[in-house]
Design a protein around this ligand. Structure first.
Ligand code: ADP
Ligand code: MG
Length: 726
């Protein structure tokens, strides 16, 4: 981009730095602000009649159905609280299959016969909404004329107030279903999967003498994102419409100096982060960690973990808040998986575990051999789950955006494997051979009654390259993408784990019923699981080409792109799993498959068209202008009697490049002008095999032109500008 624009950007940043940012009052007290806009347990206790409070708690903690009397009481209390805070509207907030959230606002106001109005809100309106569903993707589950869809209040996720400068809206988290009760959203299957995994985990816990009646999947997602100056954002049609740059030569300095990760946070960025955090605190999102990431202008925000359904809502709120607050600081937040080619992309590390109703983390190695035995059983169940359901897990993170990241030398590869760390691997190796007697550190442990050793709490070293890593007391699913709603990966994890725990419980119940001692049955089962599933364990460097070969030998799936990965969803194996555990019926699974494919096709299509537009309307005019300049220079120099050998050489080379660029633009335009195949699946293959390669070629040529074209006439902000002007 020309100097004038760059100066302007620099000036706005300078002005920002020089202006007085001290707040008029003292800095906000985060503890006081925390959850001040949430109708949480404390408020529910204070403001609900006792019986209503008790009934609501029973719903939240034990999943008991909620009656209309309770709903009415909750609605009244909610309305009063919301109106006290200036709320005029309420909205059922839901997560359609688009991947973003949706909301439709209705006013509390109800006109009265005397020409005035009162604020009203009934239980009926709290528990059920009826947005027109026809404009949301359903994957063919119903035709457009069957527009009816229902949003149903999810009482396990507390309502909150969305406050702007001149409005306050009561937000009610909901699930979104069709009139036949089929899930049209991402939340419903997640809730169902949490039920499923809870049920099976409780069976296993019972064998170990636990009285727990419910188990919760827990989740703590670490969100990576970019912040760039908004001036640049607006000058890039690709960022605006595709969320990533479709052209752009690598800057001379990228991330090779490794001076960014955990580096000090630029002032303007820190101000933005602090604002985001305060906004999130107010609505009860427990964000905790902030830091610089590996790439320039890349950052991370992570919360304290919560029950997965609440964590998912909070994650969506985090993404929305980042997007909403950044412009206040002249910044734009990019949540795309790969906004900049050649620089690290963004992921979302999905930390996941299971916890019983008393708050015991089931994936935490305990202090006693007895706890260890239970821990090892759950851990083995995870290993079995990831191995058995690799395909489903891989499909759950597949998207056009994540394809740029998975397998690139920075992100986990498309092959799923588990990092256990030396200590756990060693223990499982011993178990495979019979029984574990010692830890690797050398100390022999008293095996006591359990035939299993006492485990040290420290999980050992870390491995950044693994797509699925044990990190001490939880597993971290790292292949999840930065832009995606984390509902589905967590649904997939819970589903896989439900089946695995079902298997474990059935085996152990069977053995103990026959009179076998639990310890012995466990030892036998662990050995069996490890023998069958150890191929999924890999502690080495996942980025090394050797791993791909090794994984092929182990017959692990290596699904390199979305088009390869998505069909895993509709294999008989997966369809049966999701149906058996009542997470998604076959129609719902196929609907998702269709929606995901459509999403892929639309994404690639938009990108291809954008590239053609940028080529014709931005890059070519600049290149032709420069070409004319070179030609005129050569003529002038020749007329003046100077040497033109190099000038002519440049003219020839540049002209040829521009020529090829134009030809490739036309090729891409022709290739992209494709009506779609007979099916979304065929169309997706066409996108992958024909359109994407044509895009790659065009980009290469465009980037070659960029580095030869004068700064002054280059019409797009460059990587150097976008990534380093902070
Ligand atoms: P690490 O350094 O291993 O990434 P952190 O303690 O910073 O670990 O945690 C990273 C994320 O993992 C945080 O969001 C945290 O809340 C989450 N986390 C910790 N324990 C659990 C758990 N039991 N279940 C789910 N997420 C968890
Ligand atoms: Mg981490």
């Amino acid at each position: 981009m020309g100097s004038a624009a760059l100066f302007e950007a620099a000036r706005s940043i300078r002005d920002w730095s020089l202006s007085d940012h001290r707040p008029a009052t003292a800095l906000p007290n985060a503890v006081e602000a925390y959850a001040s806009l949430v109708f949480n347990d404390k408020l529910q206790q204070e403001r609900l009649p006792k019986p209503a409070y008790r009934a609501l708690r029973a719903t939240i903690t034990r999943g008991e159905p909620l009656d209309l009397t309770t709903a009415d009481a909750v609605a009244t209390a909610l309305k009063e609280w919301a109106v006290e805070h200036g709320a005029t509207h309420y909205t059922h907030w839901f997560q359609p299959m688009t991947g973003i959230t949706a909301e439709k606002h209705d006013s509390f106001l109800s006109p009265t016969s005397d020409g005035m109005a009162i604020a009203e809100f009934r239980g009926k309106e709290l528990i059920k909404g009826e947005p027109d569903a026809s404009s949301f993707p359903s994957g063919g589950m119903r035709s457009t004329f069957e527009a009816r869809g229902y949003t149903a209040w999810d009482p396990t996720s507390p309502p909150w107030l969305h406050v702007t400068i001149n409005s306050a809206t009561l937000v009610i988290p909901t699930a979104f279903v069709s009139w036949t009760g089929e899930a049209l959203d991402k939340k419903t299957p997640l809730l169902r999967s949490m039920e499923a995994v809870s049920k099976q985990a409780v069976r296993v816990l019972k064998l170990f003498g636990s009285t727990a009646e419910r188990v919760f999947a827990t989740c703590g997602p670490e969100q990576e994102y970019f912040l760039i100056d908004r001036m640049f954002y607006f000058a890039r049609p690709d960022l605006i419409n595709a969320g990533r740059t479709l052209f752009g030569a690598r800057p001379p300095k990228g991330q090779e100096m490794e001076d960014q990760y955990f580096g000090s946070i630029p002032e303007r960025v820190l101000a933005c982060m602090a604002d985001v955090e305060l906004e999130l605190f107010k609505v009860g999102v427990p964000v905790k960690t902030r830091h610089n990431e590996v790439a320039p202008s890349q950052y991370e925000i992570a919360p304290v973990f919560e029950n997965a359904n609440v964590a998912v809502d909070h994650q969506m709120m985090t993404m929305e808040t980042l997007r909403r607050v950044a412009p206040k600081y002249g910044l734009e937040c990019l949540l795309h998986e790969k906004p900049f080619a050649g620089v690290n992309g963004s992921g979302k590390h999905n930390n996941w575990s299971l916890s019983d109703e008393f708050g015991n983390n089931l994936l935490s190695p305990g202090d006693t051999p007895h706890d260890n035995m239970q821990f090892l059983v759950f851990c083995a169940a995870v290993i079995r789950a990831v191995d058995t359901w690799q395909g489903l897990l891989r499909a759950s993170i597949a998207s056009a955006g994540n394809d740029h990241r998975l397998g690139a030398n920075e992100a986990p590869p498309a092959i799923l494997s588990i990092f256990l760390g030396d200590m756990l691997t060693d223990i499982f190796e011993q178990i495979e051979k019979g029984a574990a007697k010692s830890t690797k550190q050398g100390g022999t442990l008293d095996i006591g009654v359990s035939v299993l050793p006492k485990l040290p709490r420290d999980a050992g070293d870390r491995n950044r390259t693994s797509p699925f890593a044990f990190t001490g007391n939880k597993f971290e699913f790292r292949a999840v993408s930065s832009g995606q709603n984390i509902s589905f990966p967590n649904t997939a994890l819970n589903a896989a784990m439900a089946e695995s725990l079902d298997y474990v419980a059935t085996e152990l119940e069977g053995a103990t019923a026959k009179g076998e001692e639990l310890n012995k049955a466990v030892a036998r089962l662990l050995t069996k699981i490890i023998k069958a599933h150890k191929r999924i364990v890999f502690n080495g460097n996942n980025y090394a080409p050797a791993w791909e070969k090794e994984a092929a030998k182990r017959k692990l799936l290596n699904l390199k792109n979305t088009v390869d990965a998505l069909p895993q969803l509709v294999t008989k194996h997966v369809v049966t799993l999701l149906d058996t555990y009542k997470i998604l019926n076959p129609r719902e699974v196929h609907a998702r498959y269709e929606v995901f494919l459509e999403n892929y096709n639309k994404t690639v299509n938009v990108e291809a068209n954008l590239m053609v537009l940028m080529a014709n309307r931005y890059i070519l005019p600049a290149a032709l202008a420069y070409l004319k300049d070179i030609g005129q220079s050569v003529t002038a120099v020749r007329a003046a009697g100077g040497a033109t050998v190099q000038g002519k050489k440049l003219l020839g080379a540049y002209a040829k490049l521009v020529d090829r660029f134009k030809a490739q633009t036309d090729t891409l335009e022709a290739v992209a002008n494709h009506a779609g195949g007979a099916s979304a699946e065929k169309h997706a293959k066409y996108m992958r095999d024909k359109v994407i390669p044509a895009m790659h070629k065009l980009r290469e040529l465009g980037d070659q032109i960029e580095v030869l074209t004068p700064h002054e006439i280059w019409p797009l902000p460059t990587y150097r500008e976008m990534l380093f002007v902070k």
